[in-house]
Write a protein that binds this ligand. Structure first.
Ligand SMILES: NC(=O)c1ccc[n+]([C@@H]2O[C@H](COP(=O)([O-])OP(=O)(O)OC[C@H]3O[C@@H](n4cnc5c(N)ncnc54)[C@H](O)[C@@H]3O)[C@@H](O)[C@H]2O)c1
Ligand SMILES: N[C@H](CO)Cc1c[nH]c[nH+]1
Ligand SMILES: [Zn+2]
Length: 427
C-alpha cells in the first residue's frame, strides 16, 4: 500500500522545490481575511458573530471560570492525570536546560557590551478543539513559555455550542501553567488574541497548531504579533538497515500516518527484504487500527518506500528532505547522529519510536515540517525570549573608534551619523 520509489524518483516527487509549498485555498483566505478585519474593527460584536456561525453557540463568558477548571479535574481519570504530570516533568527538565542568562560580551574600563534576555510579556496558545484533541500539545506549547518567564499565558480553544471546553485540555492547561483559558476557536480566536476585544487583552505572540483557518490567520497576523511557525502535515522519515525489525518500522510509519490523510511517512532502507516485509506488516497492522482509513489514505497517497544503495545515500536524501521527525533504526544507530544535517527531531535505535518524543521524553513535539528544518528549529524556551543588545563607550573609547565610524558614515553619505560622533569630541 506504500508506493515504492527509486532514489531518483523520490527526489523528483518529494524534494524538488518546484513541487513543494502548499498555499491556502481561496475560500479559506477570503473567510479568514474577513474575520480578521471584522474582529479587529468591531471587537466583541464580530467575535460573537463568528463564534455563533462557526462553533454553533456563544458562551456566557469567554473565560473558563475557576469553578469550571476545578470541575474538569473530576472528569479526568487519575491515571491519565498521572501520565500527563510525569510527561510535564520530563518536558520541564529538558527545556529548563535551554534557559540562558543575560551576559556581557566585553567588559573593560572603557567598553561594556552584552545581551539582555527578556521574556515576552503576553503569549497566546492556540489549542485545537475540533477533530484532534491533544493535551500533549498544551504541555509542549506552554511549558517553555512558563520557563522563559512569560508574565501571562492565555489559551484559546473552541467550545462547541458555547458549552464547556474538553476537560482534559483544561487539566493539561493547569498542569502546564496556563493563566487564562478562553472559549474561542478558529480564525476568530487568532484575531481576538492578536488585536484584542473589549474583554480580551491582545498578546505579543501566538503559538500552537490548528486547522487551515487557524494557520491562515496566524500567517496573516504575523508582523502585528509574533508566531512560532506555520505547521504543515506531520511527517517521519525512517532509515533502516537489514537488522531493523519490520514490525517496529511498520508500526512507526502507521503512527505517523494516523495523524491525518496528509501526514507523510517514508522509509529508506538498504535492504529490499526489509522493505518488502515492512510493507506486508503495514498492511496487517493497519487492519487492526481504529483510524485505519486515515492511515491507509496517508500511506498510499503521501507515503514512500525507497531502496537505497547505502546508508550514506539514505542520509543524503533525508538531509535534502529535512523531515520533521527522523528515526534511525540501523546497527550502532547512535554513531550515525553526526550524519544528520536537517531534521526537526531525531529518534535513535529500535527502542525509540517517535511517540516517545510526542508524549514523554522531554524534547518538544512542535517541530518544523515540509522541509523547513533546513532553516528553523522546534519550539523551545528561545521562542519566548527576546534578546536585546547593549553597549557602553567611554569618551576615550569613542575617540579611538571615531575615525573608523566617520569613514564608514561618509561612505554611506550619512553625514549626520558622522557628526553625532564628531560633536562629542570637539574641544
Ligand atoms: N502538529 C501538531 O502538533 C498538532 C497538534 C494538534 C493538532 N494538529 C492539527 O490541528 C488541526 C486541528 O483542526 P481542528 O479542525 O480539529 O481544530 P481547530 O481548533 O484547529 O479548528 C476548529 C475551528 O475552526 C473553525 N472553523 C471550522 N470550519 C470553519 C469554516 N468553514 N470557516 C471558518 N472557520 C471554521 C471553527 O471556529 C472551529 O472552532 C488538525 O489539522 C491537526 O492535524 C496538529
Ligand atoms: N506527532 C505530532 C507532531 O509532532 C505531535 C503529536 C501530538 N500527539 C501525538 N502526536
Ligand atoms: Zn504524533
Amino acid at each position: 500500500m506504500i508506493p515504492v520509489y527509486t532514489p531518483e524518483q523520490f527526489i523528483t516527487a518529494f524534494i524538488s522545490r518546484k513541487t513543494k509549498k502548499q498555499a491556502f485555498e481561496d475560500e479559506v483566505l477570503t473567510t479568514v481575511k474577513e474575520v480578521l478585519e471584522n474582529v479587529r474593527n468591531n471587537g466583541e460584536t464580530a467575535l460573537k458573530e463568528y463564534t455563533l456561525k462557526f462553533d454553533g453557540g456563544i458562551p456566557e463568558k469567554w473565560e473558563v471560570s475557576d469553578e469550571e477548571r476545578k470541575e474538569a479535574w473530576k472528569q479526568v481519570p487519575e491515571e491519565l492525570i498521572e501520565a500527563l504530570k510525569k510527561a510535564a516533568d520530563n518536558i520541564q527538565k529538558f527545556h529548563s536546560k535551554q534557559l540562558q542568562q543575560s551576559r556581557m560580551m566585553e567588559m573593560t574600563d572603557d567598553i561594556i557590551s552584552g545581551q539582555l534576555f527578556r521574556p515576552i510579556d503576553r503569549v497566546g496558545v492556540y489549542v485545537p478543539g475540533g477533530t484532534a484533541v491533544y493535551p500533549s500539545s498544551v504541555l509542549m506549547n506552554t511549558i517553555p513559555a512558563v520557563l522563559a518567564g512569560v508574565r501571562e499565558i492565555v489559551m484559546a480553544t473552541p467550545a462547541r455550542g458555547g458549552g464547556s471546553i474538553t476537560p482534559i485540555l483544561s487539566v493539561a492547561a493547569d498542569i502546564a501553567g496556563v493563566h487564562k483559558i478562553y472559549k474561542i476557536g478558529g480564525s476568530q480566536a487568532i484575531a481576538a488574541l492578536a488585536y484584542g476585544t473589549e474583554e480580551i487583552e491582545p498578546v505579543d505572540k501566538i503559538v500552537g497548531p490548528g486547522n487551515a483557518y487557524v494557520a491562515a490567520a496566524k500567517s496573516l497576523v504575523f508582523g502585528d504579533v509574533g508566531i512560532e511557525m506555520i505547521a504543515g502535515p506531520s511527517e517521519v522519515a525512517i532509515i533502516a538497515d537489514e537488522t531493523a525489525n519490520p514490525k517496529f518500522v511498520a508500526a512507526d510509519l502507521i503512527a505517523q500516518a494516523e495523524h491525518d490523510e496528509k501526514a507523510r511517512a517514508f522509509i529508506f532502507s538498504t535492504s529490499e527484504r526489509l522493505v518488502e516485509e515492512t510493507l506486508a506488516e503495514v498492511k496487517r497492522q493497519c487492519a487492526e487500527l481504529p483510524r485505519k482509513e486515515i492511515a491507509q489514505a496517508s500511506l498510499m497517497n503521501e507515503g514512500a518506500a525507497v531502496v537505497v544503495r547505502s546508508i550514506d545515500e539514505a542520509f543524503q536524501l533525508v538531509n535534502a528532505l529535512a523531515p520533521e521527525h527522523l528515526e534511525i533504526q540501523v546497527e550502532n544507530a547512535l554513531q550515525y547522529l553526526s550524519k544528520v544535517k536537517n531534521a526537526g527531531s531525531v529518534f535513535i535505535g529500535s527502542y525509540t519510536p517517535e511517540p516517545v518524543g510526542d508524549y514523554f521524553a522531554g524534547p518538544n513535539h512542535i517541530l518544523p515540517t515540509s522541509g523547513t528544518a533546513r532553516f528553523s528549529s522546534g519550539l523551545s524556551v528561545d521562542d519566548f525570549v527576546k534578546k536585546t543588545t547593549f553597549v557602553y563607550y567611554s569618551e576615550e573609547a569613542l575617540r579611538s573608534a571615531a575615525p573608523y565610524i566617520e569613514k564608514i558614515a561618509t561612505e554611506e553619505q550619512l553625514d549626520g551619523h558622522a557628526r553625532a560622533v564628531k560633536v562629542r569630541l570637539e574641544k
